[in-house]
Structure formats: C-alpha cells, structure tokens
Design a protein around this ligand. Structure first.
Ligand code: MF3
Ligand code: CO
Ligand code: CO
Length: 262
C-alpha cells in the first residue's frame, strides 16, 4: 500500500479538477426533470466538461465504461450507464457521479437529484441520510484520526436511521490516479493502523440502501443494483486533510453556508 502525500502544487491542481467536477453538478440541476433521458444528461455533462471547461471525463473509456458520467436511478447503487431508453419520471431519485481529468489530475464528486415533486418521504430521508452521513464523516477529519473512524461514523448514523451501508464499493485516494490507496470503507472495519496525515486526498462516497446492503452487478458488467430492488442513494466528495482539519475540494456553492471553514 502506497498512500501519496500531496504537495501544495499538486493540491492546487487537484482542487482545480475538483471544482470543475463540482461545477458540472451545479449546471446539470435544471435539466433533471421528468421526460429527459439519461443519455441527454450525459451529453450535456460531456459537452460542458470538454467544451466549456477544457477538461476530460475520466469515466469515458475507463476500463471500458462507455459514457462520460455515471447516472444511477432508484435501485441502481452506482456505475449506472446513461442510456436514451432510460427516461426519468416524477418520483425518481438519481445520482450523477462526475470525475474529470484536467492538467493530469483527477477530481471526483456525486450527488442525488430528486425528479419532479412526487418523491416518497422515505426516499427523501434516504437521500438526506446519505448526504448527512458524508458530512458527519467529513466533520471528524483531522491529522492523527484513525482511518476506520470514517466508516464507523457513517455506519452508526445510517443504521440509526434503519438504512444499510453498501459494503462492496468504497472511497479511494485520488490525484494523479483516478483510484489510489487508501481504500475508504463506509462501515467499520480494520484499517491496518492507518492514521490521517496532512496532504492526504481521498474521496468519501457512502452508498446507502433503503433495505438490505446486498448488491449485484447486472449483465452489462457495470450497473450495480440492490438485490431487494429497494432504492439506494449516494453522495461523494473529494477531501484534503489539512494541518488543522480538512477541506472539501469538491464543495458546491449551495454547501458553503454549511461548511463555513471552507
Ligand atoms: N466515479 C466513480 C467513483 O466514485 C467511479 C466510476 S468508474 C466508471 O469512484 F467506470 F464507472 F465510470
Ligand atoms: Co470516487
Ligand atoms: Co465518483
């Protein structure tokens, strides 16, 4: 295991890539309406990343992934493939996961969107719980903290709401590589004694299920779905460990009043 500590030059570049990814989630908001298909959403994101931002989608062609963003609807947990036959309808919950490559560094972030005005209370709570579990984990970050604490905080909060934490996928170090060490588990597990250090950059991206945490990969070899067909929600940020705490590199404008230190 090799955890890279980033220097200030690298941090600047990763921050830039992270802000480009975050911006995509901001501009796509107005398009997430009943009747749009997920391929159209993909294309808007793709054009924004390439033509406006002058960056590249990191997902396009990654291990053969065919599209520029992951779009995961309802019981899709993650890695949903945008498709013109998948049409969003009132009541859907949708994760859009954006990873960009700019100036040789990656930035990775995702959030949930509610489609229309007819979302069930339970689905709303699921999305809010995923988001709050991410924020609770971010709030404990500082040098010296054991890595397993991240998963412990997320699992404790999610299970207190009677939801479950997906075990099969995790967060990851990020920088010059899309995915690098360490793995960031979202449930409590042995962390090999790793503690957080200034200059570490990694994602936290809890996937939260309404029912059981079991998932499977569909026949397309990408789409991850819940076994019990109940809904799943995910939020993802890329974070930097600083000397005194942490900085959310993928923070969006709408979040800046919640995290005043940023
Ligand atoms: N963005 C995802 C993550 O958070 C990875 C997507 S890989 C893809 O790590 F190939 F599915 F796009
Ligand atoms: Co990620
Ligand atoms: Co991601």
């Amino acid at each position: 295991m090799k955890i890279f500590i980033k220097n200030s030059k690298e941090i600047k570049k990763i921050y830039k890539s992270c802000q480009l990814a975050a911006k995509v989630l901001e501009i796509i908001k107005n398009y997430i309406i009943p009747g749009i298909n997920t391929e159209e959403i993909n294309n808007i994101c793709h054009n924004y990343i390439t033509k406006i931002e002058g960056a590249k989608s990191a997902t396009l062609g990654y291990k053969g992934f065919p599209k520029s963003v992951c779009i995961s609807v309802n019981d899709v947990v993650c890695h949903g493939i945008p498709n013109r036959r998948e049409i969003l309808k009132n009541g859907d919950i949708v994760n859009i996961d954006v990873t960009v490559l700019h100036n040789n560094y990656y930035g990775d972030t995702s959030k949930m969107f509610l489609v229309g005005n007819n979302i069930s209370q339970k689905s709303k709570l699921l999305c809010l719980t995923a988001q709050k579990s991410l924020y609770k984990a971010i709030n404990i970050l500082k040098p010296g903290i054991r890595l397993y604490k991240i998963g412990q905080v997320i699992q404790k909060y999610v299970e207190s709401k009677k939801f479950s934490v997906v075990r099969n996928y995790c967060g990851h170090g990020i920088g010059k590589n899309f995915h690098e060490d360490p793995q960031i588990l979202h449930y409590k597990s042995y962390d090999y004694g790793i503690t957080l250090k200034p200059g570490m950059i990694f994602t936290i991206e809890p996937m939260i299920n309404m029912g059981h945490h079991n998932v499977y990969v569909a026949n397309d070899n990408w789409t991850v779905k819940t076994v019990d067909k109940k809904n799943s929600a995910q939020y993802e940020h890329t974070v930097l460990i600083t000397n005194i705490g942490s900085k959310i590199l993928t923070i969006r404008e709408e979040e800046k009043n919640i995290f005043k230190k940023n």
